[in-house]
Design a binder for this molecule. Structure first.
Ligand code: KMH
Ligand code: ZN
Length: 275
């Protein structure tokens, strides 16, 4: 079994300081949270950025500022910018961080209701456009799937040349509007991807740690972080993203699964070694 890759989704676009005061908005806060996660064992930082008042943005300059600052303190970490951004952003607005040629970026594989009246739009043409840009820019997509149909879409587009193999999926489970985080549904998703594919399980809210356990046992990889869940245990807010990562590291240890370094994560995911 491969070593365990832990991704920390430190910030997100929707979660606020009202939910947990440690949610990062400023550059300094993003660096603090990324470093806490990296020190605890995360090899990938899934990154959204905000302006200082908490407003989400896909501004390329803001991404560059935050990424450069994170690399200063975590020089070998893999930074995976979001191309999902926040609901309502245009495609080209969302794609801005890919102009920085990051090693990875997310590629959202379908449209879904996103709570209340929000719809997170990813038409087939949008997915093709994002896939093409990522191939052109040499970026490995993390295929974000919020439902089983999104795996099917990714597989169709892979056959048509918009996504390269081996594919790497992120099962985002438990979003209000997407697939649930029940074990039954996890088994359905993980059984629906190609044999040469890798995956990360990202359980939202109360599903975060049960799905981490499932992925640890199954040989998959794990994402935790404030984007998905702000609690370390029922009703207790986490002090940092690092605290969430440390819990996964302890769980992995109990099950005898070693933690991947960033260099090992690059090898598992087929990324180039960092110069
Ligand atoms: N903020 C969500 C609407 C991604 O990072 O690619 C979309 C999202 C997905 O977070
Ligand atoms: Zn995200």
């Amino acid at each position: 079994m491969d070593k365990l890759i832990i991704t920390a989704a430190i910030c997100g676009a929707e979660v606020l300081k009202e939910h947990n005061p440690a949610v990062p908005y400023t550059v300094e806060e993003c660096v603090r949270e990324a470093k806490s996660a990296y020190d605890a064992g995360a090899s990938i930082i899934h990154l959204h950025v905000r302006y200082d008042d908490g407003t989400p943005t896909q501004d390329k300059a803001r991404f560059k500022m935050v990424m450069d600052a994170i690399y200063k303190v975590c020089p070998d970490v893999i930074i995976q910018p979001s191309t999902g951004g926040a609901v309502g952003m245009t495609n080209d607005e969302r794609l801005q961080p890919t102009e920085l040629s990051p090693e990875m970026a997310t590629l959202d594989c379908g449209t879904l209701n996103f709570g209340g009246d929000d719809v997170f739009m990813n038409t087939e043409n949008t997915i093709k456009y994002f896939g093409t840009k990522m191939i052109e820019r040499g970026i490995k997509p993390e295929l974000e799937v919020f439902d089983k149909s999104m795996i099917d879409m990714a597989l169709r587009l892979q056959k048509k040349g918009f996504i390269k193999s081996p594919m790497h999926f992120d099962f985002v489970m438990g979003v209000n509007g997407g697939i649930s985080g029940e074990l039954r549904d996890f088994i359905f998703l993980r059984g629906s991807i190609p044999a040469d594919a890798t995956y990360t399980a990202a359980g939202v809210g109360r599903f975060e740690f049960p799905l981490a356990a499932a992925a640890i046992i199954d040989g998959g990889h794990v994402r935790v972080g404030f984007e998905d869940n702000v609690f370390i245990s029922k009703g207790v807010v986490a002090k940092s993203n690092g605290e969430l990562v440390a819990k996964v590291v302890r769980m992995a240890k109990e099950f005898g699964r070693e933690i991947a370094t960033p260099a090992e994560a690059r090898q598992i995911l087929g990324l180039k070694p960092k110069a």
